[in-house]
Design a protein around this ligand. Structure first.
Ligand SMILES: NC(=O)c1ccc[n+]([C@@H]2O[C@H](COP(=O)([O-])OP(=O)(O)OC[C@H]3O[C@@H](n4cnc5c(N)ncnc54)[C@H](OP(=O)(O)O)[C@@H]3O)[C@@H](O)[C@H]2O)c1
Length: 310
């Protein structure tokens, strides 16, 4: 198959999908496409007004769509726990969890004291996935898709000591560059996916874990980045025709292509993976270090106090 487009998205009727950060950008395009194919989509967003506006926009193009919203602020473990509880109460089963929400260009800490990009992009999703996993585990063909980035290549998590700056209580942490911390969080998204897949497979679970990246896409992602970084990135995305819809295709393929397998990573198939239609892509050697994946997992369980059932 040369070009995988939204037309290849299989019928989603009877499937239940939870998409984080679904009120705008790639998450919105993902939710809209899944809903248009008949999935019941839960938009898990930090701002309920923005989420409801997104629901109205989806309903305009897909009036039959079944849509719900749940408040989820990934910068707060208490909010993640409350959202997971609400999701578990409302959904007896989940076919698809899309860990899409993300931030870049921000410095500072989450309310729990984690470096903010690592906290939102990785730890929040690690906790959410662990807390709702029991709704996916009995479902044949269920998937967890986590959205990473080309930027993961510049990230480093050499050992657990490298995670120390992720805690407020740590001393001696070097001042951190927000580009580096974004890259680290996106590397963590991939390492989480690979370790989750290993554990699911070892447990004989029918659920699989996959990752995707959009290349670039003209979304709100650079809203907190300095102008010198935001302007050229958005210009390139626009020139390459990287709409949020194009950016969502790798996620959709990882989420629903019947040929896609656990542990795979999808991104644009064109030059430098910044444009083109989705295909399987390779991730950095650092993301493949199984020892570090396990250590990141154990550290994430410790930091979030969310313990997976395997
Ligand atoms: N666009 C690109 O070029 C690009 C490139 C590589 C990777 N990515 C990845 O693609 C994913 C989607 O990004 P996007 O480009 O669609 O960006 P976006 O337009 O900025 O959308 C990000 C979404 O994440 C949500 N979010 C942010 N902080 C949150 C929090 N604390 N709790 C819950 N939700 C939160 C936002 O909610 P609000 O609207 O309420 O802020 C928004 O819905 C991210 O993981 C990003 O790292 C994007």
């Amino acid at each position: 198959m040369s070009e995988w487009t939204e037309d290849h998205l299989p019928d989603q009727r009877g499937r239940v999908a939870v998409v984080t950060g679904a009120n705008t950008g790639i998450g919105f395009a993902t939710a809209r496409a899944l809903a248009a194919r008949g999935a019941h989509v839960v938009l898990a967003c930090r701002d309920l007004d923005r989420a409801r506006t997104a629901v109205d926009r989806i309903a305009q193009s897909a009036p039959e769509a079944r849509l719900d919203v749940v408040r989820l602020d990934l910068a707060s473990l208490a909010s993640v726990r409350a959202a997971a509880e609400e999701i578990r109460e409302r959904l007896p089963r989940i076919d698809l969890l899309v860990n899409n929400a993300g931030i870049t260009g921000l410095r500072g800490r989450t309310g729990d004291g984690f470096e903010v990009q690592f906290g939102v992009n990785h730890l929040g999703h690690f906790a959410l996935t662990g807390l709702v996993l029991d709704r996916l585990l009995p479902v044949p063909g269920s998937r967890v898709v986590t959205v990473s980035s080309i930027a993961h290549r510049y990230g480093r998590i050499d050992d657990v000591d490298d995670l120390r700056p992720a805690r407020d209580t740590d001393t001696g942490a070097r001042p951190e560059n927000s580009v580096f911390t974004y890259a680290r969080s996106k590397l963590a998204n991939l390492m989480f996916t690979y370790e989750l897949q290993r554990r699911l497979s070892a447990a004989g679970a029918p659920t699989t874990a996959l990752a995707a990246h959009p290349g670039g896409a003209s979304t709100e992602i650079f809203r907190n980045s300095p102008g010198w970084f935001r302007a050229p990135n958005l210009l390139i995305a626009k020139l390459l025709g990287r709409s949020p819809e194009m950016g969502a295709l790798p996620t959709l393929r990882a989420a629903a292509d019947p040929e896609a397998r656990g542990g795979e990573y999808y991104g644009p198939g064109g030059l430098f993976e910044v444009q083109g239609y989705p295909r399987r892509v390779a991730s950095s050697p650092r993301s493949r270090d199984a020892d570090n994946q396990r250590r990141l997992w154990e550290a994430s369980e410790r930091l979030t106090e969310v313990i997976y059932p395997f």
